[in-house]
Write a protein that binds this ligand. Sequence first.
Ligand SMILES: *[C@@H]1O[C@H](CO)[C@@H](O)[C@H](O)[C@H]1NC(C)=O
Ligand SMILES: *[C@@H]1O[C@H](CO)[C@@H](O)[C@H](O)[C@H]1NC(C)=O
Length: 288
Amino acid sequence: MVTLRQPAALCVVLCLCLCSVSGSYPKAQNVTWKSNNFKTFLTWEPEPSADYSYTVEYSVIGGNKQRNTHCIRSSAIRCDLTGSLSDLKANYTADVLSEPPQGAPSEPGEAVYSPSTRFCPYRDTNIGRPDFRLEASGDNRKITLHVVDPPTALFEGERQLNIRDIFADDLQYLVTYWKSKSTGKRVYKSKTSVIELTDLEKGKSYCFIVQAYIPSRTLDKQKGEESPIQCSADDNQSIFEVYSVGVIAAAFFLILLLIGIVIAIVVVCWKRRKNAQRNGREKVPQDV
Ligand SMILES: *[C@@H]1O[C@H](CO)[C@@H](O)[C@H](O)[C@H]1NC(C)=O
Ligand SMILES: *[C@@H]1O[C@H](CO)[C@@H](O)[C@H](O)[C@H]1NC(C)=O
């Protein structure tokens, strides 16, 4: 009986050992694309122990799997695929394989891997906040926004491409604007990067936010990050708009106070003088 049990136990132990060596590395989790202005990373978790590493394989959907030399048996938990996804309008997927550490021999059999979701650079990369300059016409009735198309991580030879180079006519800008100190917001869509707004009230200050807008994308990916707010100058502000009520009240009070002091001084002086005159008149007969 004993001799029968021992080989069975040995078999179980051997099997456990083999299983833990071949293909039982932890699977990558939370495999996610992170992409801004065409700078694209695949990220995942957790950090690997010294016992294993990760390799990334990517492909156009249905195409051959490829590897990026920087993401083979690496202990990093992200892979820069910016230069690898060269067909911007293609749909890509990637797998994160759990493999033996660098230098260790490969193992036969299926590697453990986690697949990513589908990613298309043209449709999915986030567009960062644009920068813009305000130019007001003489009477502030017309304001021109000069938007700088955000640069991307992509190059054509030496030249860095901006989002207009890539999206061309698909790129629009969304301008959200409102009269200073009012809440009513208006939105203007522009196909160009130089944007003229002409329906403004004369002499009023307006505030603007600009963001890229790509109507050909799905709804949740159409709008880029919002620029910081910029406001135009208000060239004929009344005194009540420039200073708060408190400041005006304080100034008014100060003026009243000054007038009061002046009146008090005048009255005191006048009384003294009158007294002096009376005393003088009273003295005169005494002297005589
Ligand atoms: C994956 O993401 C979830 C939710 O953000 C988090 O709770 C979990 O810890 C992550 N997994 C790993 C291995 O970090
Ligand atoms: C990529 O996928 C989207 C959505 O699944 C699809 O509409 C589009 O036609 C695909 N593009 C290509 C080039 O296969």
